[in-house]
Design a binder for this molecule. Structure first.
Ligand code: CA
Length: 332
């Protein structure tokens, strides 16, 4: 099947040497701007021969470590000290980032469920399609920086998936380890359909994601993990000189075993009793859901079904059936 051409234009030439800033020009006809254009910033740093890394932040709008660290990286990169090519988009779902939301306020598009996108679809689908059709094919390595957004908070981690290709899996694990986050996670996705991750892996690209914190905020710790991780990845792929700077506490190689995810079964107020990063054993209490309008009713306990570390926790107090309350990671 021939690939339909993207209708998104760009002001950048990805073959130019040096450091250049430009935009993806996405047609956006709306009430305030009849012949308007959504301008999504993109940057390219290129010098000599070497791998191409596609670096994405703000795939989800309310996840800020990636957005900030990509901006900082673009400020500090000196093309003369750099080798290869970096194509970076600080906020892929820019309307969502501006609105402090996970999905786009323009079309309700969840960018990370929109891949491989569509050149004639909604704005979110068109941006996804541009990345899939125009940027991913140029890349050797694809890095998509996520955090927990408004509803989840994570122990900072670099993330990969189980892959069919053993060689690719080994190379990916080496890069994830080089990132040097507190946790290096082999994640089992709940919903891989439409993810940038899946599109990049299906294209045979070395793909790395992250979960760097969350609660729609950043902390000095999560930003420093991200800044160091990006430098480490560029060093790992020999795009910057030097060796990856590993943290004082070595990264912990973990996965999400069967039973790692705990979901809410009812409406109520969630009271977590374990701190993020806390060690838990199977059977330990993770938290309780209380019933504000039924004070006579006893709270419902939620217990760990596997042993490990509390890797991820729900942020908001209010919870509804199907919300992820907790994810436990276990040592590999
Ligand atoms: Ca995310």
């Amino acid at each position: 099947m021939p690939v339909e051409l993207s209708l998104i234009a760009t002001t950048l030439d990805y073959e130019d040497d040096g450091k250049h800033f430009g935009h993806l020009l996405v047609p956006n006809s709306n009430n305030l701007s009849a012949w308007g254009t959504l301008m999504v910033p993109v940057a390219c740093v290129k010098n000599g021969e070497g791998p191409t890394m596609l670096l994405i932040g703000g795939n989800h709008g309310d996840e800020y470590e990636g957005q900030i660290s990509v901006l900082k990286l673009l400020q500090r990169l000196d093309p003369a000290e750099f080798r290869g090519r970096l194509i970076a988009i600080p906020a892929l779902n820019l309307p969502a980032a501006r609105a402090d939301t996970r999905i786009s306020p323009i079309d309700n598009g969840n960018m990370n469920r929109s891949f491989p996108g569509h050149p004639r679809g909604t704005i979110t689908q068109r941006i996804a399609h541009y990345v899939w059709a125009e940027l991913m094919p140029r890349a050797d390595v694809v890095v998509d920086l996520h955090s927990g957004g408004h509803s989840l908070n994570f122990v900072p981690s670099a993330v990969m998936h189980e892959l069919d290709d053993a060689g690719m899996m080994e190379r990916t694990a080496a890069a994830v380890k080089a990132f040097g986050a507190p946790i290096s996670l082999m994640l089992r996705e709940l919903d891989p359909i439409g993810m940038l991750d899946t599109a990049a892996e299906d294209m045979g690209k070395l793909f790395i994601s992250t979960e760097l914190g969350g609660a729609a905020m950043v902390t000095p710790e999560t930003i420093s993990v991200t800044d160091r991780g990006l430098d480490n990845l560029l060093k790992h792929f020999e795009m910057l000189p030097g060796r990856p700077a590993l943290p004082n506490t070595p990264t912990r190689m973990m996965n999400t075993p069967e039973g790692a995810f705990t979901m809410s079964r009812g409406n109520g107020l969630y009271e977590p009793v374990v701190d993020l990063g806390g060690e838990v054993k199977a059977g330990d209490l993770l938290g309780r859901v209380h019933f504000l309008e039924e004070p006579e009713r006893a709270p419902v306990p939620y217990r760990a079904t596997v042993s490990g570390v509390l890797y991820c926790r729900r942020v908001q107090g209010w919870t509804a059936p199907g919300d992820t309350l907790a994810v436990i990671s276990a040592d590999l």
